[in-house]
Design a protein around this ligand. Structure first.
Ligand code: ZN
Length: 484
C-alpha cells in the first residue's frame, strides 16, 4: 500500500468518535475547509456541486408552489430589527454588527442579517396597500450570519447559505395552509432528493422561532442517535405586520393586517445527508445530488499502453453515459493506480464505479461496483448505458429504505421515566412520550438527559396520557431527542 493510499483511508471509525468521523469525511471528501474566521467555512467545488444540485431541486419546488425569487439587502438598520420585540430578543445574542463604514463611525449600527423578517417586512409595508396585492409569495436565496459559539461545518456555521420564504396572506387559514404546505415541500425534498427520512410536526413554545405564532419543523435522525432540525416553517400570525406597519384595505374597505409566514432550509441539509448515509470509508451520496453518478476507472494492461488499450473504450462509454443524461466522469489520471482511485471515489461517495480493463473489453463487458452495498457485477457494455438510470434509481431507493429502517429501529415509545433515562444513556434516538407542555418540566428533562422536545407529530393521533417526567396530564405524545 502506498503512503498516499494509507493517508486517504485514514478516517476515524464512526464507532470510535462519531463527531471526528464527520469532520474527517467533510475534509477528506473535499467538501469544505475551515476559513480564517471561526465558524466560517469554505465550501469547496465538490461540496458546492452537491449544494447546487440540492438548490436547483429545492428552487424548482418553491416555484412550483407559486413563489417567486427576489433579493434583499444584507445590512439591516438596528432600529428595524428592534421593531418586533420577541424577534430581536431571540436574535440579538447571535447578531454581528457593522459600526464603521468608510473609516467613520456610523450614526446607526447595522446588523448583518441573521434572518430577513425585519428587512422584508419593512419593504412589504411599502408595497402592500389593498387586498388585491395579496398573497405576497417571495423567496430569497442568500447567506446569513449568526454568531455561534460551537461550530461544525455545514451543521452549525457562523455564516451559512439558505433560502428564506416570506409570505403575506389575507386570512389566518391561508397563512396556516402556506406554513404546512412548505413543511411538506421540505419533507418530500429530504426524502426524495437526499434519501433522508424525517419526522414532521409542531415545535413547543420554548423551541419555536422568535416572534412566531406557531413553528413547524422536519427533524432527521443522525447515525449517532441525535436529531437534526432540517427545515422550519413558521406561521408568524399578525405580529410582524403589527410591528412593521403592514396594512391593507380589505374587501370590505376596512383596514386589515395581513397574516405572515416565513420558512427556511440551509446548507445544514448537506450535513444531515452526510451523517444519514456515510460509512467508515467516507461519504455515500444519493444519486440525485451526486456531482458524479458514475466514475469510470480504466484498468491498465499488464503490458502495453493504457492509452491505446483501454482509454478509447472508456471515452466512448463516457460519451454514451453523458449522452444519456448520466453525470459521468472518467478518471484518466496516469499519476495514480486503480486501487488508489477506488479508495478516493469511495471516500467521495460516488454511487457507481465502472471498471474497464483489457480483458473486459475482449468480453465486451465492464465491472460495476455499488458504493452503498459494495456489490460487484459484470455488465455487457452495449446495454449498460441504457440500464444506468434504473440502477441509480435503485440505489436512491435503497438508501432511503435503509435510513427509514434506522429511523424506525431508533424510535422508542417509553412509558416510564427510568426507561426514558435508560434509552437516553444508551442508544438515544427519538423517544415518544407524554409531556405536560410545561416549559419548566421540559427544561428539567433536558438538564437530566440532554433530550429536548423535537416535535409534536402531525401524523399521529394525539393520545392523552401522563407526562413522562412529572406525571401531570399530557394532551398528546411528543418526540424527544438530543438535538444537534
Ligand atoms: Zn411534565
Amino acid at each position: 500500500m502506498s503512503d498516499e493510499k494509507r493517508s486517504l483511508k485514514e478516517i476515524t471509525p464512526r464507532s470510535q468518535d462519531y463527531s471526528q468521523w464527520y469532520l474527517d469525511v467533510v475534509l477528506k471528501a473535499d467538501l469544505a475547509d475551515y476559513g480564517p474566521v471561526k465558524g466560517c467555512m469554505v465550501i469547496k467545488p465538490y461540496g458546492y456541486a452537491i449544494w447546487e444540485h440540492m438548490q436547483a431541486d429545492m428552487d424548482r419546488r418553491i416555484k412550483e408552489t407559486g413563489h417567486v425569487n427576489a433579493y434583499f439587502p444584507l445590512l439591516i438598520p438596528k432600529s428595524f430589527l428592534e421593531k418586533e420585540k420577541a424577534h430581536v430578543q431571540g436574535f440579538s445574542p447571535e447578531c454581528a454588527w457593522v459600526t464603521v463604514g468608510g473609516g467613520e463611525e456610523l450614526p446607526e449600527p447595522l446588523a448583518i442579517r441573521p434572518t430577513s423578517e425585519a428587512m422584508i417586512c419593512s419593504m412589504y409595508a411599502k408595497w402592500v396597500g389593498s387586498w388585491r396585492d395579496l398573497p405576497v409569495l417571495i423567496n430569497q436565496w442568500a447567506n446569513v450570519v449568526r454568531w455561534e459559539k460551537v461550530t461544525r461545518p455545514f451543521l452549525r456555521t457562523t455564516e451559512f447559505l439558505w433560502q428564506e420564504g416570506h409570505t403575506l396572506h389575507e386570512t389566518e387559514a391561508e397563512a396556516e395552509e402556506e406554513t404546512l404546505k412548505m413543511l411538506q415541500v421540505y419533507r418530500s425534498f429530504s426524502e426524495q432528493i437526499l434519501a433522508m427520512p424525517v419526522v414532521h410536526g409542531r415545535k413547543s413554545e420554548s423551541e419555536k422561532f422568535a416572534g412566531a405564532l406557531r413553528t413547524y419543523a422536519i427533524e432527521a435522525l443522525m447515525g449517532d442517535g441525535r436529531a437534526l432540525q432540517a427545515g422550519t416553517s413558521h406561521n408568524l400570525g399578525q405580529h410582524f405586520s403589527e410591528a412593521y406597519g403592514i396594512e391593507y384595505l380589505g374587501r370590505d374597505q376596512s383596514r386589515q393586517k395581513p397574516w405572515s409566514t416565513s420558512w427556511g432550509s440551509s446548507t445544514r441539509l448537506l450535513g444531515g445527508m452526510i451523517m444519514t448515509h456515510g460509512d467508515d470509508s467516507g461519504l455515500i451520496l444519493p444519486p440525485r445530488v451526486a456531482p458524479y453518478q458514475v466514475v469510470i476507472v480504466p484498468i491498465p494492461p499488464r503490458k502495453g499502453d493504457v492509452k491505446e488499450a483501454v482509454l478509447p473504450k472508456c471515452r466512448e462509454m463516457l460519451e454514451a453515459l453523458r449522452g444519456a443524461g448520466v453525470r459521468a466522469h472518467l478518471d484518466d489520471r496516469d499519476t495514480q493506480l486503480p486501487g488508489w482511485k477506488y479508495a478516493d471515489w469511495e471516500m467521495r461517495g460516488v454511487p457507481i464505479r465502472m471498471e474497464i480493463g483489457p480483458k473486459d473489453i475482449e468480453k465486451d463487458q465492464c465491472v460495476l461496483v455499488r458504493r452503498d452495498t459494495r456489490e460487484k457485477t459484470f455488465a455487457p457494455l452495449p446495454s449498460v448505458t441504457g440500464r444506468m438510470h434504473e440502477l441509480l434509481a435503485r440505489i436512491q431507493d435503497a438508501l432511503l429504505e435503509r435510513a427509514r429502517r434506522f429511523l424506525a429501529e431508533n424510535t422508542t415509545p417509553v412509558t416510564t421515566w427510568d426507561q426514558f433515562k435508560q434509552v437516553m444513556a444508551t442508544r438515544r434516538g427519538f423517544l415518544i412520550a407524554g409531556w405536560c407542555r410545561d416549559v419548566a418540566c421540559e427544561a428539567q428533562i433536558k438538564d437530566e438527559t440532554r433530550a429536548t422536545t423535537r416535535i409534536m407529530p402531525l401524523d399521529r393521533e394525539a393520545e392523552a396520557g401522563a407526562c413522562i417526567r412529572c406525571g401531570k396530564p399530557s394532551p398528546g405524545e411528543v418526540l424527544f431527542a438530543q438535538a444537534y
